[in-house]
Ligand binder design. Structure first.
Ligand code: NAD
Length: 410
């Protein structure tokens, strides 16, 4: 029997859809059965007819949930979906597994297999086609620069006209990961004078290669897996103090700083907001219910301060470019599906370096090492840790590698 993949209509406010007609066509060609909830692609201007033309069946929500082997979703689904999931079904999407542990426990209790894109080990080369965080951050950075240009009251580029010369806008991007670099590239193409800042010194070369200036502070903090680490309170205060001068000199400040599984760091203090030039536009990409990078940013809202700065909470930028964002998201979904399909069945190797990390839950067990650590559960592979220790002692090495082979065969 064919594997059935489904995509649902997302909650109001989310314009993306987890499967595009293009990806549906490819899945159908590879003999998957695809179910799309009626109107699922409406906000991205993907009509139901585009999905049926691609070979999907357009069905009601209940059918799309109940008949699926794997449900692809953008955001964490609500109880109306979760309550109807059955043991053995798989959920794949941005499930907030590190910030909503109760949700993960609920899926584990129901023996639903949960694959959360936030858990993908992004530096493993095989995982790159599955990297939703990168694909969506890239869309978000682009859209953030466009939004800034739209909201700022002056030209971005230098303009020399018969009526005089307009100076270029000064744009500062705080946090130069995937979203920040895309914001820099877009603002540069619009003609602004751009600078970038990150606590990972490694990002200097990337910023400079886009023709922007890299700003440094005395604080530097590279963490694990290429990410930043959280700063100590003393480092935070030092960084905020040093950034204040840069912020006051710029017209547009786009912030993207995140530390995985934590509240976003506060980079722009209330003092910096108060000292901003009138008309300054802050675009806070990190803004969510957890807080943002800019003091006073309110999730899903725009705040105009008494000194005439605008703070735009822009946590939903990818959703604001829904067709491009959905196209890329769907390709990431397809890459995961291909990866876990073996001989016409979904097969999850919990010991695989990619799949085993992507899986928050499998058959009722918490699999991902990051989720286990957040739940304070012991390592699933204590033997591996012992092996690593044993490898340091040549006499014990042969013995321990034999042990790990037997375990793999189990
Ligand atoms: P992210 O969304 O987690 O964070 C955005 C940026 O904020 C990061 O550059 C981070 O260093 C920065 N940041 C965090 N705290 C900060 C602070 N207090 N002050 C200033 N900046 C702060 O990051 P991301 O875009 O997901 O990328 C994280 C890293 O992963 C980058 O090094 C990126 O190049 C790397 N990455 C690698 C691959 C790959 O190897 N295939 C894929 C994607 C990302």
């Amino acid at each position: 029997m064919a594997i059935t993949i489904s995509a649902l209509k997302e909650a109001p406010g989310e314009n993306r859809v987890a499967l595009s007609p293009d990806v549906v066509r490819k899945l159908v060609k590879s003999e998957y059965q695809v179910l799309i909830e009626k109107d699922a692609g409406q906000q991205a201007f993907y009509q139901d007819s585009a999905y049926t033309d691609a070979g999907a069946q357009v069905v009601d929500r209940k059918t799309a949930i109940e008949k699926a082997s794997l449900i692809a979703t953008i955001d964490q689904p609500g109880d109306d979906v979760v309550d109807h999931l059955q043991a053995g079904q798989t959920l794949l999407g941005l499930l907030a597994p590190l910030t909503d542990l109760e949700f993960v426990k609920k899926l584990a209790a129901k023996k639903v297999n949960a694959m959360a894109f936030e858990l993908l080990p992004r530096t493993v080369s095989r995982a790159q086609t599955m990297d939703v965080l990168s694909s969506q951050a890239s869309v978000a950075g682009y859209k953030a620069a466009l939004l800034a240009a739209d909201k700022f009251t002056r030209y971005f580029p230098m303009m020399i006209t018969a009526a005089g010369t307009a100076k270029p806008t000064k744009v500062l991007v705080l946090g130069t990961g995937v979203a920040g670099l895309q914001a820099i590239g877009t603002a540069k193409r619009l003609g602004a004078m751009v600078s970038g800042y990150d606590i990972r010194p490694a990002s200097r070369g990337e910023v400079e290669s886009l023709g922007a200036t890299f700003l440094t502070t005395s604080v530097s903090a590279t963490g694990e897996g290429g990410y930043a680490r959280a700063l100590t309170p003393e480092e935070t205060a030092q960084q905020q103090k040093e950034l204040a001068g840069f912020i006051a000199e710029n017209d547009v400040i786009i912030t993207t700083a995140q530390v995985p599984g934590r509240r976003p760091p506060l980079l722009v203090t209330q003092d910096s907001v108060d000292n901003a030039k009138p008309g300054t536009v802050f675009i806070d990409l990190a803004a969510s219910e957890l807080g943002g990078n800019v003091a006073g940013s309110k999730a899903d809202d725009t705040v105009t301060t008494p000194n005439g700065a605008q703070i735009i909470a822009a946590g939903d930028m990818a959703s604001q470019l829904p067709a491009s964002a959905s196209d890329m998201f769907a390709k990431n979904v397809q890459a995961v599906i291909n990866d876990v399909t073996k001989d016409g069945e979904l097969v999850f190797d919990v010991d695989d370096e990619v799949v085993g990390e992507l899986l928050a839950t499998y058959q009722g067990e918490i699999i991902s090492s990051r989720v286990r650590s957040a739940m304070k559960l012991p390592d699933r592979h204590p033997a591996k840790a012992e092996d690593a220790a044993d490898e340091a002692q040549p006499d014990a090495a042969d013995d321990s590698s034999e042990k790990s082979k037997t375990k793999g065969a189990d």
